[in-house]
Design a protein around this ligand. Structure first.
Ligand code: ADP
Length: 446
């Protein structure tokens, strides 16, 4: 399930990455090409004005000195030129001129005669007669033509004197150098798309799998929790059913025997009720919704009440229960929650301490915190189990703890209750010597 979700996320990620790359690349390309075009047109317009001034005296008509010597013979170019060498040389020069991005300019008199040619090189396709005619009719035009794969931007504009069109100027410029930038952007966009297509999917899959990991772990923990809870609930249910069937099918039972059987059923139901209560508490703490009714709470008083409550049980177990709580240790906490957590620790200490041992409950103040400790001289806990005893349903010594009736939920409940207060529970223990569990609660309200 998680694999399928990761794959879908990765695919979505790849599509988004490629779409963003394509959009940004295309937008940049079009924006820049528009800008370059506008800038070139502005530049050509200002050059056209300069050439109009340069050739100002020639616009009145007739042959002109402005036509460059070499070009003058080519101005009216014969279509059947047969000097091949010269032709090739001329083409090379034209190509060079276009690629250099230098200005090419022509001036025309009012009757359409060429009166100026800046470069004197025959550039195929130039001047554009149609645009000259349009300019002579008073209109300005801009266009891009292609000559042997190279683009030339051409600007044609009328030369007006005292409101009358007296000639026209056509200015052109090879776009090569300006287009290099656009070509670069186009290549970068395609390169980016190509790289993106190759990298986005595996990297997306890697990231999705990584970010799914905590969710997967939480889900697995939840699954294990449900499985363990069902297992724990099945045991009392089986016992109840067996007991009830026995009572039902054995009419010969004495009144006392029947009453004992019924009591066992009631006990099992009680144990189930407490288990279900604990499960509910843990489920709530998972959703961070343990309802806390915080108030100023004296931990010494809490310790005294708990020691009092367990006094009888300690006697029955032959364990001496001692209290070391004198000074007032005030924290801001929910009384019932802290009592419940402390009960877990004392109950465990009494359960895992053999007859003749000691359990000591202490309340003390430390800088910034109030602490409740339960120290016992019991069986202790192996270091390999120390990290795990706060896990749900974890029992260090399975056989023994089952006999004590614990489901392995006590410490995880105590920890949830204490951490909900911003505190923590820590443990120190040596196998065969005993353990000390400490609840630490912040003294400041949070
Ligand atoms: P349980 O219901 O089994 O007592 P807990 O969550 O309270 O569950 O404790 C988890 C395990 O930690 C116990 O099964 C036991 O193995 C170990 N443990 C807890 N307290 C003590 C202690 N005071 N001395 C030795 N072992 C302990």
């Amino acid at each position: 399930m998680f694999r399928a979700v990761s794959r879908r996320l990765a695919l979505l990620n790849a599509i988004v990455v490629l779409a963003v790359l394509a959009t940004v690349g295309t937008a940049t390309y079009f924006y820049l090409s528009q800008r370059i075009e506008t800038e070139i047109d502005d530049e050509l317009a200002s050059r056209a004005t300069a050439f109009a001034q340069l050739w100002a005296t020639d616009f009145s008509g007739g042959a002109s000195s402005a036509v460059t010597g070499e070009r003058s013979s080519n101005a009216q170019r014969s279509p059947e030129r047969d000097e091949d060498d010269h032709h090739d040389e001329e083409d090379d020069r034209a190509e060079e001129l276009i690629r250099s991005g230098d200005t090419i300019a022509y001036g025309f008199s009012g009757d359409g005669q060429l009166i100026g040619d800046l470069r004197g090189i025959a550039v195929p396709g130039l001047p554009i007669q149609n645009s000259i005619e349009t300019a002579l009719s008073g209109k300005t035009t801009s266009e891009t033509i292609e000559v042997d794969g190279d683009q030339i931007r051409v600007f044609s504009t009328p030369v007006i004197d005292e409101g009358e069109v007296i000639g026209a100027v056509q200015v052109g410029m090879g776009l090569g150098p300006s287009l290099e930038m656009l070509t670069f952007i186009r290549r970068a966009t395609f390169g980016g798309l190509f790289l993106g297509a190759i990298l986005a999917l595996p990297s997306g899959l890697f990231l999705a799998t990584r970010s799914m990991r905590p969710i997967r772990h939480a889900f697995e923990r939840q699954q294990a929790f449900v499985a363990d809870a069902s297992h724990e609930l099945r045991t009392p249910l089986t016992l109840i059913r067996a007991e009830a069937e026995y009572l039902q099918q054995t009419p010969s039972l004495t009144h006392a025997e029947r009453r004992d059987g019924e009591q066992r059923i009631v006990d099992e139901v009680d144990s189930m009720t407490s288990l279900v209560g604990n499960l509910l508490l843990l489920a709530r703490s998972d959703g961070s919704s343990v309802p806390l009714d915080k108030e100023p709470l004296d931990l010494s008083a809490v310790a005294a009440v708990a020691a009092d409550r367990f006094e009888e049980l300690a006697k029955v177990r032959g364990v001496s229960l001692m209290l070391a709580a004198g000074e007032t240790v005030t924290v801001y906490a929910d009384r019932r929650a802290i009592e419940q957590a402390l009960n877990v620790l004392i109950d465990n200490a009494l359960s895992y301490t053999p007859t003749g041992g000691t359990v000591e409950v202490t309340a003390r103040r430390t800088p910034g915190a109030g602490e409740l400790s339960v120290r016992d001289t019991g069986i202790g806990i192996e270091s390999k189990d120390l990290d795990r005893i706060f896990e749900r349903f974890y029992r260090a010594d399975k056989a023994r703890s089952r006999a004590t009736g614990g489901a392995g939920l006590g410490l995880s409940i105590a920890k949830s209750l204490v951490t909900a207060h911003g505190g923590n529970v820590r443990v120190e223990s040596r196998p065969g010597e005993g353990s000390m569990f400490t609840i630490s609660l912040p003294t400041r309200s949070s």
